[in-house]
Design a protein around this ligand. Structure first.
Ligand SMILES: Cc1cc2nc3c(=O)[nH]c(=O)nc-3n(C[C@H](O)[C@H](O)[C@H](O)COP(=O)(O)OP(=O)(O)OC[C@H]3O[C@@H](n4cnc5c(N)ncnc54)[C@H](O)[C@@H]3O)c2cc1C
Length: 371
């Protein structure tokens, strides 16, 4: 990028002029790349999942190490700049991008090592969920992550993290045992239950931006390599009955059985029988991560099974975040439901989701609820 003076958004609101020499100095001190809007790779660096929330920074730094992150944090502090941090870019509000400011695109920090003896995974903040699942499953191990394979490990963990294995092993954040963090003072700290416990507590669910996490270490558990999972579908017209069955199932299900209730227009995907393509459905997405021999018994409680219209459940090789559900960017029709343990959920939610789902134009889920 050219080394002219540029204006960036300041931390306290107004613009800040940063001289070209200061930018050159930063570029010379880091191993990674400093990008302006005309540089190759800019579009990928600033792209986020929610196109509706997209804004643009003035500058992007793609760090190659924690030291680069520390240099960027120091630079932003010294010049009073607005600083954004992008992991997988899937925050729905688009908070990864500092509008008009400096954004750290961590996609290059994707180192990933698994220690099967210690049952630990050390994960860079640029990794996606599928990267971790793939690496840990090679050892018959897993940590609870989310449902969608392209979501970033960083934002998901810092916000809590809910997925197929949460019912059995807790939230993603519960399985975080250590984090390396570049703090606002530029110091690199390792936070755990023993070291900087307050910071560690805040990282586990407090959201991003308490510092920049440059490594996550997760506890792993023996899972798979075979699980029973898939989709059980009913016609949308039976949704109220199915939702009642869902409530009963999730109240009684063992921890190994995770179920996700989704109202959707069936996509023309290979795992959906052709007769159902384009039809409105009420579905359970299930993952039974226990003994495959117990799955049939546990799933038999899944409501109106005798009249079930379509069952796509089958043993599958991993409990991974589903590669099938790599969702496209939204057009404002995706709505996520609340916890099924809320006593009023059926009477209060059903009229709302029942009235919007039949007319939803999107092929994506129009309402979802998970346990
Ligand atoms: C299609 C889709 C499916 C989803 N499915 C699930 C799911 O199954 N389970 C679930 O729990 N959640 C799910 N989510 C929510 C998701 O976990 C959050 O949106 C999460 O913030 C995404 O993380 P990210 O790294 O991709 O996002 P980003 O937008 O990159 O980051 C999110 C926030 O974290 C901050 N941040 C990112 N990296 C760091 C870092 N290294 N250090 C400090 N701060 C950082 C960012 O500044 C930003 O504020 C889903 C979201 C989408 C869009």
């Amino acid at each position: 990028m050219t080394a002219a003076t540029i204006e960036l958004s300041g931390r306290s609101g107004g613009p800040v002029a940063v001289p070209g020499e200061a930018l050159e100095d930063l570029a010379g001190r880091v191993e990674g790349r400093l990008l302006g809007p005309d540089d190759p790779g800019w579009d990928d660096a600033v792209r986020i999942w929610n196109g509706l929330a997209a804004t643009a920074p003035a500058l992007v730094l793609q760090p190659a190490s924690a030291a680069d992150v520390a240099a960027a944090v120091g630079f932003a502090r010294a010049h009073g700049l607005l600083l954004g941090v992008k992991g997988g870019g899937h925050n729905i509000a688009g908070t990864a991008i500092a509008e008009g400011g400096l954004t750290l695109d961590l996609s290059g920090l994707c180192q990933l090592t698994v220690d099967p003896e210690a049952r630990l995974a050390h994960v860079g903040p640029g990794c996606r969920l599928a990267d971790v699942d793939r690496a840990t499953q090679a050892h018959g191990l897993a940590t609870p992550l989310g449902f969608i394979s392209k979501v970033g490990v960083a934002g998901l963990t810092l916000g809590g993290g809910l997925g197929y294995l949460t019912r059995r092993f807790g939230w993603t954040a519960d399985n975080l045992v250590e984090a390396e963090v570049v703090c606002a003072d530029g110091q690199v700290r390792t936070a755990s239950r023993e070291r900087h416990p307050d910071l560690f507590w805040a990282l586990r669910g407090g959201g991003g931006n308490l510092g920049v996490v440059t490594r996550f270490t997760f506890q792993l558990h023996p899972v798979g390599p075979q699980v029973v999972g898939g989709l059980i579908a009913w016609p949308f017209e039976r949704a109220e009955e199915v939702m009642a069955a869902y409530r009963a199932l999730t109240a009684a299900a063992p921890r190994e059985l995770a179920t996700w209730l989704i109202l959707l227009n069936a996509p023309p995907a290979p795992f959906v029988p052709a007769a159902w393509h384009g039809r409105r459905l009420c579905t359970f997405a299930v993952c039974h991560s226990g003994d495959p021999g117990d799955a049939g018994r546990d799933l038999a409680r899944s409501g109106p099974s005798a009249t079930r219209s379509s069952t796509c459940s089958a043993p599958s090789p991993t409990p991974r975040s589903s590669p099938t559900w790599t969702t496209p960017s939204p057009t404002a029709t995706t709505t996520t439901g609340g916890p099924s343990s809320w006593p009023g959920w059926r009477t209060a939610c059903w009229p709302a989701c029942g009235s919007c789902s039949p007319t939803a134009p999107s092929p994506r889920p129009s309402w979802a609820c998970s346990t």
